[in-house]
Design a protein around this ligand. Sequence first.
Ligand code: ATP
Ligand code: MG
Length: 608
Amino acid sequence: MSFHLKQKHYGWRDLVGIPLACNPVCTLALMGQKALTGVVNVLWIPVEAAFLNTAIDCAQGNAEKSSVYPLLAAMLLIIFWKRMGWNLGRLPSGRLRTDLEYQTRLEVTKKRARLKYSLLEDSRTWELCQRIGREMSRNVAGILSNVCDFLMAMIRIAGVLVILFAESPVLGFVMLAVTVPLVFVSVRSGQGIYRAFQKASENERRGEYLQTVLTGRDSVDERTLYAYTDYVNRKWHLQREKYRRTFVRAETLQESRTAGSGVATNLISTVIVLFLALELYHGRLGIGIFIALSKAIYDTINLMYNELGYSIASISRSMAFFQDLTEFADLEETEGTDDLPAAERHKFISLEFCSVSFRYPGSEQYIIKNLNLVLREGHHYAFVGENGAGKTTIIKLMTGLYEEYEGSILLNGRELREYAPSELKAMYSSVYQDFARYQDTVENNIELGDIRSMGTAEAGKQAQELARKLGIYEEFARLPKGFQTPLGKIADGSVDLSGGQWQRVAFARSLMNPAPLQILDEPTAALDPISESRLYEELGKISGGRTTVFISHRLGSTRLADTIFVLKDGAVCETGSHEALMEKDGLYAQMYESQKSWYEPAEGGARA
Ligand SMILES: Nc1ncnc2c1ncn2[C@@H]1O[C@H](COP(=O)(O)OP(=O)(O)OP(=O)(O)O)[C@@H](O)[C@H]1O
Ligand SMILES: [Mg+2]
């Protein structure tokens, strides 16, 4: 059995339901141990009362000494269980905690992988995901121990109440009346703390970001040069202050509520014990039960004030967390998002944008406006256009990341939305504009491009072959661990790469993928001019005859494309080969001439 995150309302039943699904044996063992401890605690009262009465009788010569021994043995047994039970309970509770942490984390990461792409760009959803990720282990792992503590406390309270009712129903009612408001106060404060946490999580997130600016490796160079540490520190302090104030307010409220009810309950328990003393005085209560019950009442009030209060507050905090969990489980998924690329790949024949318009979810502004274009098998295409023209957005639409476009996108004549994610994944490989740098071995960094073959001897050979094609083989081969050298800054003996080397690793990764359509979003922005021009000249050979779509601001490279799409304000304003576009003398020619003028002196000798 294991825990599965479902689209449903998470409520109080799940306090036990989730641990039961994760590990039923440990859950039941822990609940049994706690319940038994609660019962044993209640049993202590009559046993202690009987012991005291018998001991007094013995002292007065009214009973045999031997009559004390069984009671003494029972008391020792109870003490033994209380000690041993606590130790025994640690075994299932430790195991359960690990299982809960593992299984819930797994479900949360799976759900996140399945989320609709556009949701990941929505800041509210992003924050919810972050909160769930962080709070899942904090809340869920402790759920059952809180429930068990609550169960144990309730058994003890119920036991004391039953005995008290039996001795004096009026006092039993008074005690019951004390319990209810205390439980209420604990519930409210637990929920209050979680709400405060929800409110403060935005400040916490901003604070965390600023902390990475202050201490992270990515910003170390600029931090040193611009010496902005003090400035960022002040901003961090401001976020921290807001975060702290929200919490202090909630905690002070909780403390004052609990302290107030604590004073009241202590007063009331003293009154109850005074009334019990009166019963004793009038001979309606034995001395043994008076002492045992008085102690139990003070213990129980203490228990209500401390453990019960704490466990109820934690449980209601978990209940508030369940509201987040319900919302998270309800987030829209795209079916098959976490599937592997299909093993059987479609051939790429054509991709057609027919009057496509698009605006990002939550935005009024159209980024792509009535776009029409066709890509066909075996050709090289280039997209050019100024920053923000919509090039990366077109790539996102092409690969099916957004479905909310108007018009139609036809892949091999079939609407893109009709394809399963696994089919689309098998169709494209890509070097993204902000490609990832994995802190893993060179080999794994490249092999990740084809998860199906990863780790096989063939994949290893292919990765080395690709590194050779991209001119990075020698650099890695001469490292002590060769292609097994970890890259980045985390592992011992790792080697960090230059920006251009990282980019070539990302390029090799995309080539590792056998998809028929290769998308390259500024794949050479960090390469030196010689490597870049060599790469483009050999693009046909390197890409193995695949259809390629590349975006580049360096128009020298786009000359090699069969067709160039020039974008302006989200639409194609010019199409054609380099020669045709130059002849047309439009925007492309203007951009090309502008770049060229940096390299070639204008007529008359001076640089334009
Ligand atoms: N997730 C997003 N949500 C809302 N707007 C976005 C989002 N991503 C990009 N945009 C907007 O869409 C427009 C086009 O962005 P896009 O990244 O496609 O440009 P680009 O042509 O690739 O630019 P560059 O040459 O700088 O890479 C920009 O105005 C940008 O602000
Ligand atoms: Mg871009």
